[in-house]
Every structure is written in C-alpha cells, then in structure tokens.
Design a protein. Structure first.
Length: 68
C-alpha cells in the first residue's frame, strides 16, 4: 500500500532555501550563553550547592585550569 505524498502549496524557487525557525530557537541558546558568560565574568554571584566534596574539588580544579 503506497503512502500518500504531500505536495507543497507554493513551489520553491530554484536556488533558494526556505528555513523558518521559531523565535525561541534563537532566543534560548542566546540567553543561556549570556547567563554562562555572566557567571564567568563574576563567579562571586554563582552560589554552589553544598554537596559531595569530590564534585566541589573537581569544579575548583577546572576553575584553576581555566583561570591560568
């Protein structure tokens, strides 16, 4: 049994690409990038949760390596 095919209502012009993204597809990654950038610029505002000391030690080592 063949599957039905969907035809376009407006034929595409040759040589053009029609890509449409919703507004949040660009806004959310940009917002995440800005938030992470602000945390890097002012790490005093980033409050770490109290938890496993091994994880805290790992993050401290990563921060030392990045700050070199």
């Amino acid at each position: 049994m063949p599957a039905p095919t969907h035809t376009r209502s407006h034929p595409a012009t040759p040589g053009s690409v029609d890509i449409r993204l919703p507004w949040w597809a660009l806004a959310l990654p940009a917002l995440a990038f800005v938030a992470l950038l602000l945390l890097l610029l002012n790490p005093a505002d980033a409050h770490a949760a109290t938890g496993d000391p091994a994880v805290t030690h790992l993050f401290e080592r990563v921060q030392q390596i990045v700050n070199r």
